[in-house]
Design a protein around this ligand. Structure first.
Ligand code: CMC
Length: 429
């Protein structure tokens, strides 16, 4: 017997079905609410509103659990590779050896981008933030592959777009950086794996020999796995929303990159390092900054802390904290901001304000410290988040399409002026 919820309004009772997921999460299905009662629901920030059912990622914020297609994030981070996880997210199962080789081969084949894209890149001033450049270059793919504008494209055509996105993202990301620093771009080296190729395009200079450090490449691969999906967050919801209008997949992913950019979302990794640097420059008094974060009259927030859904440790943060120690040791790097970060975490976790609100370190708290140790400049951090999140966005876009979901179009409660007549300018107050 399926459960229902009863609502009483205007002297009438309405019964709405309760739907249940495979992990026993429950939701009131309000699809018929307006038709039955004339009411809509309102929920700023969608704090209690599910936008879809999804079989991609399971997240239990109370227990600190994150699984992609049923596989725990901890196991994937330890045993898998980023491209294998990308396949899992997008196609639903871990690939066989043959599927994996084909997928990797195709992605490697498509790493090169049309030479005219370099002209677009050249139009950006150097010093442009690489996130803006990245989203623009991804969106420019609509011009180079206009077939992607056709919403009736068949599965093969869609798969080709997916491969192109995964293949060209590292090229664009490295080029966005080269533009920022005013260096000539490097072309892909298809003898290298996904992360090594990206690192070479990013760091190699014409006058110097560049060897990819396998420690760096492995650490980056792990970070990308940890960022690969996170169910219906701000950028993913944006991708699904834009995709629901049947715009090109490139346009939808470009919109997701822009949504990720803000400091409350993926931009927090950059903001964390800037905050830790500011604490260091101020003499390292973590208590002082903790008090600022608690002061409601001060706009300062502890960046890298708190999460809309985690009310426990973010499982990604636990893995990244350990990886930060390992990477810094392997690279022989001593970064004083790591000490500040640990001190700040300890102080926050023992402070009543943070305990009461269940605020824990999130994925962005320690990731920047690893990126720095790998030699990646601060404003590239969010670009790396985007590179990691790409398979998740693609998987969610594909699921939305395959579910035949309707165009996303929330309602509102209007609070503006009621109807009034036009007043000519010379008679206005
Ligand atoms: N520092 C100080 N107070 C905080 C913080 C913080 N980082 N985060 C939340 N709070 C307080 C907030 O002031 C509120 O207090 P009160 O109940 O007294 O008004 C309470 O905790 C609940 O916060 P909220 O803003 O209602 O929670 P939210 O779910 O709307 O916001 C968040 C979630 C991630 C935007 C927020 O925690 C935040 O701004 N954190 C810092 C930015 C950050 O690290 N973002 C990265 C998120 S993880 C990566 C990703 O997936 O994007």
């Amino acid at each position: 017997m399926s459960e229902t919820v009863k609502i009483s309004y205007g002297g009438k009772d309405f019964e709405l079905p309760v739907i249940e997921g495979t992990e026993n999460e429950k939701a009131i299905d309000i699809a018929k609410l307006r038709g039955l009662s004339g009411l809509i629901t309102i929920d700023p920030g969608f704090k209690n509103t599910g936008s879809t059912t999804s079989s991609i990622t399971f997240l239990d914020g109370e227990e600190g659990i994150l699984r992609y297609r049923g596989y725990g994030i901890e196991e994937l981070a330890e045993k898998s590779t980023f491209l294998e996880v990308a396949y899992l997210l997008i196609y639903g199962e871990l690939p066989t050896q043959q599927q994996y080789e084909k997928f990797t081969r195709e992605i490697t084949y498509h790493t090169l981008v049309h030479e005219d894209i370099k002209k677009i890149l050249d139009g950006f001033p150097s010093n442009s933030h690489p996130m803006g450049v990245l989203s623009s270059l991804i969106c420019s793919l609509t011009a180079f592959y206009p077939g992607s504008l056709d919403p009736t494209r068949n599965e093969d055509a869609v798969n080709l777009s997916i491969v192109r996105l995964l293949a060209k993202m590292p090229t664009f990301a490295a080029w966005a950086y080269k533009n920022e620093v005013g260096h000539p771009v490097n072309y892909p080296d298809n003898s290298l794996d996904y992360c090594s190729n990206f690192l070479k395009m990013m760091f190699a200079l014409p006058a110097e020999k560049y060897e990819v450090n396998p420690v760096v490449s492995k650490a980056l691969d792990k970070l990308l796995i940890l960022h690969a999906d996170h169910e219906q967050n701000c950028s993913t919801s944006t991708v699904r929303m834009v995709g629901s209008s049947q715009a090109s997949i490139y346009a939808a992913i470009s919109a997701g990159i822009n949504a990720l950019w803000g400091p409350l979302h993926g931009g927090a990794n950059q903001a964390v390092i800037e905050m830790l640097e500011a604490i260091k420059a101020d003499g390292g008094d973590t208590k002082k900054f903790l008090n600022k974060a608690k002061d409601k009259d001060d706009p300062f927030r502890l960046m890298g802390f708190g999460h809309r859904v985690y009310k426990n440790f973010d499982p990604r943060a636990k893995i990244i904290k350990k990886a930060a120690d390992d990477v810094l040791e392997a690279m022989g790097v001593h970064d004083p901001v790591l000490e500040i970060a640990k001190e700040l975490e300890y102080a926050a976790l023992n402070d009543q304000y943070f305990v009461d609100r269940k605020l824990y370190p999130n994925v962005d708290f320690y990731s920047g410290i690893i990126y720095r140790a790998l030699g990646i400049p601060t404003d590239m951090f969010t670009v790396l988040f985007a590179m990691g999140r790409l398979p998740g966005w693609i998987a969610q876009w594909k699921e939305m399409r395959e579910n035949g979901e309707p165009i996303g179009r929330p309602r509102q409660i209007y609070t503006g002026a009621q109807t009034r007549g036009y007043v000519s300018m010379n008679k206005r107050g």
